[in-house]
Design a protein around this ligand. Structure first.
Ligand SMILES: [Zn+2]
Length: 353
Protein backbone atom coordinates (compact mmCIF):
# COMPACT_ATOMS: atom_id res chain seq x y z
CA UNK A 1 0.00 0.00 0.00
CA UNK A 2 1.48 3.34 -1.03
CA UNK A 3 0.33 5.77 1.62
CA UNK A 4 1.84 8.33 3.95
CA UNK A 5 0.56 6.26 6.88
CA UNK A 6 2.77 3.33 5.81
CA UNK A 7 5.93 5.39 6.08
CA UNK A 8 7.59 5.13 9.44
CA UNK A 9 10.13 7.69 10.59
CA UNK A 10 9.35 10.11 7.74
CA UNK A 11 6.96 12.41 9.55
CA UNK A 12 8.99 15.51 8.71
CA UNK A 13 9.08 14.76 4.96
CA UNK A 14 5.39 13.97 4.92
CA UNK A 15 4.52 17.23 6.71
CA UNK A 16 6.61 19.08 4.14
CA UNK A 17 5.00 17.42 1.10
CA UNK A 18 1.48 17.71 2.46
CA UNK A 19 2.14 21.38 3.18
CA UNK A 20 3.23 21.89 -0.44
CA UNK A 21 -0.08 20.45 -1.67
CA UNK A 22 -2.26 22.22 0.90
CA UNK A 23 -0.83 25.63 0.36
CA UNK A 24 -0.52 25.06 -3.38
CA UNK A 25 3.11 26.03 -3.01
CA UNK A 26 3.77 23.67 -5.75
CA UNK A 27 7.36 22.72 -6.46
CA UNK A 28 7.85 20.94 -9.74
CA UNK A 29 10.98 18.87 -9.33
CA UNK A 30 12.02 16.85 -6.30
CA UNK A 31 14.98 14.68 -5.51
CA UNK A 32 14.16 12.04 -2.90
CA UNK A 33 17.58 11.09 -1.59
CA UNK A 34 18.36 8.31 0.88
CA UNK A 35 19.73 4.78 1.29
CA UNK A 36 18.04 1.81 -0.42
CA UNK A 37 14.90 0.65 1.33
CA UNK A 38 14.14 3.86 3.19
CA UNK A 39 10.80 4.25 1.44
CA UNK A 40 11.62 6.67 -1.40
CA UNK A 41 9.36 4.97 -3.91
CA UNK A 42 6.50 4.58 -1.43
CA UNK A 43 6.85 8.26 -0.54
CA UNK A 44 6.78 9.23 -4.23
CA UNK A 45 3.70 7.15 -5.02
CA UNK A 46 1.92 8.33 -1.87
CA UNK A 47 2.67 11.89 -2.97
CA UNK A 48 1.34 11.15 -6.48
CA UNK A 49 -1.87 9.84 -4.90
CA UNK A 50 -2.29 12.90 -2.70
CA UNK A 51 -1.78 15.16 -5.73
CA UNK A 52 -4.44 13.36 -7.72
CA UNK A 53 -6.94 12.18 -5.10
CA UNK A 54 -10.53 12.73 -6.24
CA UNK A 55 -11.78 13.17 -2.68
CA UNK A 56 -11.76 16.99 -2.40
CA UNK A 57 -11.59 16.99 1.37
CA UNK A 58 -8.60 14.64 1.42
CA UNK A 59 -6.88 16.59 -1.36
CA UNK A 60 -7.29 19.92 0.40
CA UNK A 61 -5.77 18.38 3.54
CA UNK A 62 -2.80 17.18 1.47
CA UNK A 63 -3.83 13.58 1.83
CA UNK A 64 -5.07 10.69 -0.29
CA UNK A 65 -8.29 8.84 0.49
CA UNK A 66 -6.85 5.54 -0.75
CA UNK A 67 -10.25 4.53 -2.09
CA UNK A 68 -11.18 6.69 -5.06
CA UNK A 69 -10.62 5.64 -8.67
CA UNK A 70 -7.43 7.69 -8.90
CA UNK A 71 -5.90 6.31 -5.67
CA UNK A 72 -6.76 2.77 -6.76
CA UNK A 73 -5.24 3.21 -10.21
CA UNK A 74 -2.00 4.56 -8.75
CA UNK A 75 -1.90 1.70 -6.25
CA UNK A 76 -2.17 -0.79 -9.12
CA UNK A 77 0.28 0.99 -11.37
CA UNK A 78 -2.21 1.81 -14.12
CA UNK A 79 -2.95 5.51 -13.70
CA UNK A 80 -2.41 7.08 -17.15
CA UNK A 81 -0.83 10.23 -15.67
CA UNK A 82 1.57 8.62 -13.20
CA UNK A 83 4.71 7.26 -14.84
CA UNK A 84 7.43 5.25 -13.16
CA UNK A 85 10.70 4.97 -15.09
CA UNK A 86 13.29 2.42 -14.05
CA UNK A 87 16.76 1.72 -15.44
CA UNK A 88 16.82 -0.44 -18.57
CA UNK A 89 19.64 -2.81 -17.70
CA UNK A 90 22.14 -0.60 -15.93
CA UNK A 91 21.04 2.87 -16.99
CA UNK A 92 18.18 5.30 -17.51
CA UNK A 93 18.77 6.00 -21.17
CA UNK A 94 18.27 8.75 -23.69
CA UNK A 95 15.24 7.09 -25.33
CA UNK A 96 13.55 7.02 -21.91
CA UNK A 97 14.34 10.71 -21.45
CA UNK A 98 12.83 11.40 -24.90
CA UNK A 99 9.70 9.48 -23.90
CA UNK A 100 9.45 11.57 -20.71
CA UNK A 101 9.74 14.76 -22.74
CA UNK A 102 7.09 13.59 -25.16
CA UNK A 103 4.64 12.65 -22.38
CA UNK A 104 5.30 15.87 -20.47
CA UNK A 105 4.07 17.90 -23.45
CA UNK A 106 0.62 16.29 -23.18
CA UNK A 107 -2.06 17.54 -20.78
CA UNK A 108 -2.99 15.28 -17.88
CA UNK A 109 -5.32 12.64 -19.21
CA UNK A 110 -7.60 12.35 -16.19
CA UNK A 111 -5.59 13.48 -13.19
CA UNK A 112 -4.79 16.90 -11.75
CA UNK A 113 -1.07 16.40 -12.28
CA UNK A 114 1.17 14.30 -14.43
CA UNK A 115 3.77 12.71 -12.18
CA UNK A 116 7.07 11.32 -13.45
CA UNK A 117 9.01 9.16 -11.01
CA UNK A 118 12.57 8.27 -12.03
CA UNK A 119 13.83 5.36 -9.96
CA UNK A 120 17.60 5.15 -9.38
CA UNK A 121 18.09 8.54 -10.98
CA UNK A 122 21.85 8.32 -10.36
CA UNK A 123 21.80 5.90 -13.28
CA UNK A 124 20.72 8.55 -15.77
CA UNK A 125 23.31 8.62 -18.52
CA UNK A 126 24.88 12.05 -18.96
CA UNK A 127 23.08 12.37 -22.30
CA UNK A 128 19.69 11.50 -20.78
CA UNK A 129 20.26 13.79 -17.78
CA UNK A 130 21.25 16.70 -19.99
CA UNK A 131 18.22 16.28 -22.19
CA UNK A 132 15.96 16.60 -19.10
CA UNK A 133 17.57 19.74 -17.68
CA UNK A 134 15.24 22.21 -19.35
CA UNK A 135 12.20 20.19 -18.36
CA UNK A 136 13.32 20.08 -14.73
CA UNK A 137 13.95 23.79 -14.70
CA UNK A 138 10.66 24.86 -16.29
CA UNK A 139 8.25 21.94 -16.19
CA UNK A 140 5.02 22.32 -18.15
CA UNK A 141 1.92 23.18 -16.13
CA UNK A 142 0.55 20.47 -13.90
CA UNK A 143 3.65 18.34 -14.25
CA UNK A 144 5.76 17.01 -11.39
CA UNK A 145 9.09 15.21 -11.44
CA UNK A 146 10.34 13.06 -8.60
CA UNK A 147 13.86 11.68 -8.91
CA UNK A 148 14.79 8.87 -6.52
CA UNK A 149 18.45 8.33 -5.71
CA UNK A 150 20.70 6.82 -3.07
CA UNK A 151 24.05 8.10 -4.32
CA UNK A 152 24.27 11.87 -4.56
CA UNK A 153 27.89 11.70 -5.73
CA UNK A 154 26.86 9.85 -8.90
CA UNK A 155 24.44 12.56 -10.02
CA UNK A 156 25.07 15.53 -12.27
CA UNK A 157 25.21 18.69 -10.11
CA UNK A 158 23.14 20.47 -12.78
CA UNK A 159 20.30 17.99 -12.18
CA UNK A 160 20.56 18.17 -8.38
CA UNK A 161 20.51 21.97 -8.38
CA UNK A 162 17.19 22.02 -10.26
CA UNK A 163 15.43 19.83 -7.69
CA UNK A 164 14.23 20.34 -4.14
CA UNK A 165 15.98 17.65 -2.10
CA UNK A 166 13.97 15.58 0.37
CA UNK A 167 16.17 13.24 2.43
CA UNK A 168 14.86 9.89 3.61
CA UNK A 169 16.59 8.49 6.70
CA UNK A 170 17.12 4.97 7.96
CA UNK A 171 14.63 4.12 10.71
CA UNK A 172 16.10 3.47 14.20
CA UNK A 173 16.22 -0.23 15.09
CA UNK A 174 13.86 -0.12 18.08
CA UNK A 175 11.25 1.77 16.06
CA UNK A 176 11.61 -0.72 13.23
CA UNK A 177 11.01 -3.66 15.57
CA UNK A 178 7.78 -2.05 16.78
CA UNK A 179 6.63 -1.36 13.19
CA UNK A 180 7.26 -4.94 12.05
CA UNK A 181 5.37 -6.44 14.98
CA UNK A 182 2.50 -3.99 14.57
CA UNK A 183 2.08 -4.79 10.86
CA UNK A 184 2.29 -8.54 11.47
CA UNK A 185 -0.38 -8.29 14.18
CA UNK A 186 -2.58 -6.25 11.82
CA UNK A 187 -2.37 -9.24 9.42
CA UNK A 188 -3.22 -11.60 12.27
CA UNK A 189 0.29 -13.01 12.52
CA UNK A 190 2.86 -13.16 15.29
CA UNK A 191 6.58 -12.85 14.52
CA UNK A 192 9.27 -14.31 16.75
CA UNK A 193 10.73 -11.33 18.70
CA UNK A 194 14.23 -12.82 18.40
CA UNK A 195 13.96 -13.04 14.60
CA UNK A 196 12.58 -9.50 14.40
CA UNK A 197 15.42 -8.11 16.51
CA UNK A 198 18.08 -9.74 14.33
CA UNK A 199 16.29 -8.84 11.07
CA UNK A 200 16.19 -5.16 12.10
CA UNK A 201 19.84 -5.21 13.12
CA UNK A 202 20.84 -6.61 9.72
CA UNK A 203 18.53 -4.35 7.71
CA UNK A 204 20.63 -1.15 7.89
CA UNK A 205 17.66 1.04 8.67
CA UNK A 206 15.43 -0.28 5.91
CA UNK A 207 11.97 -1.37 7.07
CA UNK A 208 11.37 -3.15 3.77
CA UNK A 209 14.56 -5.19 4.07
CA UNK A 210 13.86 -6.01 7.74
CA UNK A 211 10.38 -7.23 6.84
CA UNK A 212 11.72 -9.39 3.99
CA UNK A 213 14.25 -10.93 6.36
CA UNK A 214 11.90 -11.46 9.29
CA UNK A 215 9.18 -12.97 7.15
CA UNK A 216 11.50 -14.88 4.86
CA UNK A 217 14.58 -16.99 5.24
CA UNK A 218 15.87 -15.52 8.45
CA UNK A 219 13.91 -17.68 10.89
CA UNK A 220 15.45 -20.99 9.79
CA UNK A 221 18.88 -19.48 9.23
CA UNK A 222 19.08 -17.89 12.67
CA UNK A 223 18.28 -21.20 14.34
CA UNK A 224 20.83 -22.97 12.14
CA UNK A 225 23.56 -20.46 13.01
CA UNK A 226 22.77 -20.71 16.73
CA UNK A 227 22.73 -24.48 16.54
CA UNK A 228 26.15 -24.47 14.95
CA UNK A 229 27.85 -22.12 17.42
CA UNK A 230 26.27 -23.71 20.48
CA UNK A 231 27.03 -27.30 19.42
CA UNK A 232 30.18 -27.21 17.32
CA UNK A 233 32.22 -28.32 20.33
CA UNK A 234 30.58 -31.72 20.03
CA UNK A 235 30.62 -31.91 16.24
CA UNK A 236 32.96 -34.00 14.09
CA UNK A 237 34.56 -32.60 10.94
CA UNK A 238 32.05 -34.66 8.94
CA UNK A 239 29.16 -32.97 10.79
CA UNK A 240 30.57 -29.59 9.78
CA UNK A 241 30.82 -30.58 6.12
CA UNK A 242 27.30 -31.98 6.22
CA UNK A 243 26.05 -28.68 7.60
CA UNK A 244 27.94 -26.75 4.95
CA UNK A 245 26.37 -28.84 2.18
CA UNK A 246 22.96 -27.23 2.86
CA UNK A 247 24.16 -23.97 1.32
CA UNK A 248 25.82 -25.29 -1.78
CA UNK A 249 25.04 -22.78 -4.57
CA UNK A 250 23.02 -20.54 -2.25
CA UNK A 251 25.38 -17.60 -2.19
CA UNK A 252 22.98 -15.05 -0.75
CA UNK A 253 21.82 -17.31 2.06
CA UNK A 254 25.39 -18.37 2.82
CA UNK A 255 26.33 -14.70 3.12
CA UNK A 256 23.43 -14.16 5.51
CA UNK A 257 24.46 -17.22 7.52
CA UNK A 258 27.97 -15.82 7.92
CA UNK A 259 26.55 -12.47 9.05
CA UNK A 260 24.44 -14.33 11.59
CA UNK A 261 27.46 -16.30 12.83
CA UNK A 262 29.31 -13.02 13.30
CA UNK A 263 26.39 -11.65 15.30
CA UNK A 264 26.47 -14.66 17.60
CA UNK A 265 30.24 -14.49 18.15
CA UNK A 266 29.79 -10.81 18.82
CA UNK A 267 27.28 -11.68 21.54
CA UNK A 268 29.81 -14.12 23.00
CA UNK A 269 32.39 -11.34 23.00
CA UNK A 270 30.01 -9.05 24.89
CA UNK A 271 29.30 -11.72 27.47
CA UNK A 272 33.01 -12.44 27.86
CA UNK A 273 33.96 -8.79 28.28
CA UNK A 274 30.94 -7.30 30.04
CA UNK A 275 29.41 -10.40 31.69
CA UNK A 276 26.36 -9.22 33.68
CA UNK A 277 26.12 -5.93 31.78
CA UNK A 278 25.92 -7.57 28.36
CA UNK A 279 22.23 -8.52 28.40
CA UNK A 280 20.93 -5.21 27.05
CA UNK A 281 23.39 -5.28 24.13
CA UNK A 282 22.91 -8.83 22.93
CA UNK A 283 21.58 -9.50 19.46
CA UNK A 284 20.11 -12.78 20.71
CA UNK A 285 18.93 -12.03 24.26
CA UNK A 286 16.46 -14.91 24.03
CA UNK A 287 19.47 -17.27 23.93
CA UNK A 288 21.35 -15.63 26.80
CA UNK A 289 21.74 -18.71 29.06
CA UNK A 290 23.02 -20.95 26.26
CA UNK A 291 25.32 -18.19 25.00
CA UNK A 292 26.69 -17.61 28.53
CA UNK A 293 27.46 -21.32 28.74
CA UNK A 294 29.32 -21.22 25.40
CA UNK A 295 31.21 -18.08 26.46
CA UNK A 296 32.42 -19.88 29.58
CA UNK A 297 33.86 -22.69 27.46
CA UNK A 298 35.59 -20.42 24.94
CA UNK A 299 38.68 -18.30 25.47
CA UNK A 300 38.64 -14.64 24.48
CA UNK A 301 41.23 -15.43 21.82
CA UNK A 302 39.06 -18.15 20.33
CA UNK A 303 36.08 -15.77 20.08
CA UNK A 304 38.15 -13.02 18.48
CA UNK A 305 39.68 -15.50 16.05
CA UNK A 306 36.24 -16.81 15.14
CA UNK A 307 35.03 -13.28 14.41
CA UNK A 308 38.05 -12.62 12.21
CA UNK A 309 37.49 -15.88 10.37
CA UNK A 310 33.87 -14.97 9.62
CA UNK A 311 34.87 -11.57 8.26
CA UNK A 312 37.66 -13.06 6.20
CA UNK A 313 35.42 -15.68 4.61
CA UNK A 314 32.69 -13.09 4.01
CA UNK A 315 35.18 -11.12 1.95
CA UNK A 316 36.22 -14.22 0.03
CA UNK A 317 32.56 -14.81 -0.83
CA UNK A 318 32.35 -11.24 -2.16
CA UNK A 319 35.34 -12.11 -4.33
CA UNK A 320 33.39 -14.99 -5.82
CA UNK A 321 35.01 -17.91 -4.03
CA UNK A 322 32.83 -21.02 -4.34
CA UNK A 323 30.16 -21.02 -1.64
CA UNK A 324 30.76 -24.63 -0.70
CA UNK A 325 34.51 -24.16 -0.37
CA UNK A 326 34.11 -20.94 1.65
CA UNK A 327 31.71 -22.53 4.11
CA UNK A 328 33.72 -25.76 4.39
CA UNK A 329 36.81 -23.76 5.32
CA UNK A 330 34.91 -21.49 7.68
CA UNK A 331 33.04 -24.17 9.60
CA UNK A 332 36.05 -26.46 9.97
CA UNK A 333 38.18 -23.54 11.16
CA UNK A 334 35.52 -22.38 13.60
CA UNK A 335 35.51 -25.91 14.98
CA UNK A 336 39.28 -25.68 15.42
CA UNK A 337 38.86 -22.37 17.23
CA UNK A 338 36.30 -23.86 19.53
CA UNK A 339 38.73 -26.63 20.42
CA UNK A 340 41.28 -23.97 21.35
CA UNK A 341 43.58 -24.66 18.41
CA UNK A 342 45.17 -21.84 16.45
CA UNK A 343 44.01 -21.31 12.87
CA UNK A 344 47.00 -20.11 10.84
CA UNK A 345 44.80 -18.72 8.03
CA UNK A 346 43.64 -15.86 10.20
CA UNK A 347 47.07 -14.77 11.32
CA UNK A 348 48.61 -14.72 7.85
CA UNK A 349 45.99 -13.98 5.20
CA UNK A 350 43.49 -11.94 7.14
CA UNK A 351 46.04 -9.37 8.24
CA UNK A 352 47.61 -9.28 4.83
CA UNK A 353 44.31 -8.95 2.94
ZN1 LIG B 1 -8.32 9.18 -3.39
Amino acid sequence: MYSFEQLAGQERNIRFLRGAIRQARWIHAYLFLGPEGTGKKTLALAFAKALNCLDQQAFQAGQACGMCRSCQKIEHGNHPDVHLFQPQGTALRIDQAREIRRLAELKPYEGRYKVFILDQAERLTAEAANSLLKLLEEPPDRCAFILLASDLGAMLPTVVSRCVTVRTQPVPTAQMEAILQERARADGRELDPGDVRVACALAEGSVGKARDLAEGRLAGLRQAALQFVLNVGRWSAADCLDFSAHWEDKREEAGLLIQLLQGIYHDLLWIKLASGLAQGYLLHPDQAPALAEAARTLSLDAILQSLQLCRWVERQLDRNLSVRLALDVLLLDLRECFAGRDVPLVATEYEGG
